[in-house]
Design a binder for this molecule. Structure first.
Ligand code: SF4
Length: 404
């Protein structure tokens, strides 16, 4: 991704769902005002989810995903439906597309039940509304949850965009990295190790987002590697409001600055932004009395390139075995486990490349089963003896810590 693009995690995500031949692809093409999805009268033309970015009026840059028909048949059909539902789990709004003139079918009833059970936000989009509307459909989509669209008239999609804009105003905004932690004119030091694990020629997303957030808040930023921190910190002449470090350099950074210097990590900022800090902090208790031969699943939210001393697969397991028990079994996964109850603890990455909603639906799988979850930053702060210090800059995190 180029540095000028909006991060996928910062966009609104819309998903089109419905049975085959409901007019989803035509609707997608009308929204884009060009052909991006194959629209044909042959059922099942869209097989896998197709995601495109689109600038939609006041919504700005959004992602729009067209999915396979929910009445897709056979073994492959089931897999496609599974993929469609995964996309719906992470959507800000699901456009439930249904042809106005066709009677209701079982799959549409199932979709509505699923959306309500999962508490997913949705809007019924009745396509082909130039034709007589089936009575069943009238009653099925409540008036405040339906909009009619004439697929043969691209202008009729403008009303839909306006409904999507209204809806977006009710969305919960994702917190920015340093929200509530700094004031304008503050100086903040960022410590970013440039080691073998650092990508060539660029900074990683949490660092970029934090720098941008600090600039937006009229703060000054000094960016140093951990080796130069001591030199610059002690020459500065002014006290930084905050030092934010990569979690892997916690130990050295803490040793090089005064004990009363507010210090935190990028991962802890992302625990607030993407995760469930209350659940993470409560989960720290799992580290006391952890079963000697317990099982830990390390989860990551993207397929980043692994280096020799990879954090998730090498450093965290090594540290955990040193600090907790040498017999602990580790596994690593990017997707949700089939049997969550097999795990005594989950240690999750910061989730910088995913949305807060997607992270929350991952966490819910474990929270609902009372399985503890830590994020990388919290585990590393604990392992380096930096709790509660690393939580202190954030009033909400430190309050949670003392409450637990
Ligand atoms: S593994 Fe997690 S923290 Fe690392 S880049 Fe991917 S989403 Fe971000």
């Amino acid at each position: 991704m180029s540095q000028t693009e909006t991060a996928l995690a910062e966009m609104h995500h819309f998903v089109l769902a419905g049975v085959r031949n409901a007019g989803k692809s035509s609707l997608m093409n009308n929204l884009f005002q060009k052909e991006v999805a194959i629209a044909s009268g042959t059922p099942g033309t869209t097989t896998d989810p197709v995601t495109r970015k689109i600038e939609l009026g006041k919504l700005g840059l959004c992602s729009l995903t067209d999915t396979a028909g929910l009445d897709d048949r056979g073994n492959l059909g089931e897999q496609r439906i599974k993929k469609s539902r995964e996309r719906m789990q992470n959507a800000d709004l699901i456009l439930f597309v249904s042809p106005a003139d066709r009677p209701l079918c079982e799959e549409e009833k199932e979709l509505k039940t699923w959306l309500e059970e999962q508490k997913r936000p949705w809007l019924g989009v009745l396509t082909f509304s130039d034709r007589p509307v089936s009575e069943e459909k009238e009653g099925f989509f409540p008036p405040d949850r339906q909009i009619r669209v004439d697929n043969s008239n691209p202008d009729s999609t403008l009303a839909l965009i306006s409904r999507m804009e209204q809806f977006s105003q009710s969305l919960t905004r994702e917190m920015t990295p340093v929200e509530g932690l700094v004031q304008e004119q503050d100086l903040v030091i960022l410590v970013t190790p440039i080691d073998l694990a650092a990508p060539a020629g660029r900074l990683i997303m949490p660092q970029v987002e934090t720098i941008r957030d600090l600039l937006d808040r009229d703060c000054a930023t000094l960016i140093v590697k951990e080796r130069e921190l001591y030199h610059f910190y002690h020459k500065l002449g002014i006290r930084p409001a905050l030092v934010i470090t990569d979690s892997q350099a916690f130990h050295k950074v803490a040793a090089d600055i005064p004990e009363d210097q507010p210090l935190t990590s990028f991962s802890l900022l992302f625990a607030r932004k993407k995760g469930d800090p209350a659940w993470f902090i409560r989960s720290l208790k799992a580290l006391q009395n952890f079963p000697e031969d317990g099982r830990v699943l390390v989860m990551e939210a993207c397929s980043h390139h692994r280096q020799a001393e990879d954090l998730g697969t090498v450093k965290i397991p090594r540290l955990f075995r040193q600090m907790v028990s040498s017999r602990v079994e580790f596994a690593h996964s990017r997707s949700l486990p089939e049997n969550p109850d097999e795990w005594d603890l989950i240690i999750h990455c910061g989730g910088c490349m995913t949305t807060q909603k997607a992270m929350d639906s991952r966490l819910e799988l474990f929270r609902s089963r009372d399985i503890p979850v830590l994020n990388y930053g919290l585990f590393l702060a604990w392992a380096n003896g930096l709790l509660p210090r690393a939580l202190e800059p954030s009033p909400d995190l430190i309050e949670l810590y003392h409450r637990e």
